[in-house]
Design a protein around this ligand. Structure first.
Ligand SMILES: Cc1cc2nc3c(=O)[nH]c(=O)nc-3n(C[C@H](O)[C@H](O)[C@H](O)COP(=O)(O)O)c2cc1C
Length: 189
């Protein structure tokens, strides 16, 4: 339940959030107009302050099923998974909500968020609830060719969503859970 989690300032867990973004990825939850949720892995995001507001920026390609949900409602949550969820995060970054109920497949529990319609993921340890206040498309003409070649060989240019962070909270034991090793992995002495 989101109620057992404690409020944080959106900058409190910045370093751990970005570290997890760059390791396995974070989990982006979206919702359609009927309340049906979806989850996908994201590896690109930024957190900061724009227009006098705390903002989380995510980039989603039009080919993603989540894109339609974002366009429909504009509400999303960004969830930071502990390392033990690595397999679930990999699955959510490989298969589509078009074809699978990823929450069930990955054993992730969607629970109601506090202020947005998209759910949070109970098993994650840090949560940012966001409402889109602006979106814009990546414009190929303004990119170095090297980036176009590497990231956009077939187009599918991201849409960039600027979400105002309206709630941020974490598990009381987030620090321990974020730094623990996944089962089966041992630390070298
Ligand atoms: C580590 C990782 C990071 C990813 N980051 C992004 C991202 O930032 N933006 C994006 O559009 N897709 C990203 N993807 C791809 C989507 O997660 C993937 O296509 C997913 O299946 C889309 O799910 P959906 O069709 O249910 O929306 C990433 C995948 C992985 C494995």
């Amino acid at each position: 339940m989101s109620g057992t989690k404690v409020n944080i300032h959106y900058t409190d867990w910045f370093a751990d959030t970005v570290r997890r973004l760059r390791e396995d990825g974070l989990l982006l939850c979206t919702v359609d107009t009927s309340g049906k949720p979806n989850v996908m892995t994201i590896g690109w995001a930024t957190f900061g302050s724009i227009w006098g507001r705390p903002v989380c920026v995510v980039l989603v390609r039009p080919s993603r099923f989540s894109y339609g949900y974002l366009e429909a409602t504009g509400e999303f949550t960004v969830n930071v998974p502990p390392k033990e969820l690595a397999m679930a995060v990999a699955l959510c970054g490989k298969v589509s909500g078009r074809d699978y109920d990823k929450f069930r497949q990955a054993n992730l529990t969607p629970v109601p968020a506090r202020s947005v319609k998209a759910p949070i993921i109970q098993e994650c340890v840090i949560h940012y609830e966001c409402k889109t206040i602006h979106s814009t498309d990546v414009r190929p003409e303004s990119f170095p060719q090297a980036i176009l070649n590497e990231y956009y060989p077939s187009g599918d240019f991201h849409r960039i969503y600027f979400g105002e962070i309206v709630e941020a909270y974490a598990d009381p034991d987030a620090a321990d859970r974020l730094r623990s090793q996944p089962p089966g992995l041992s630390v070298m002495p």
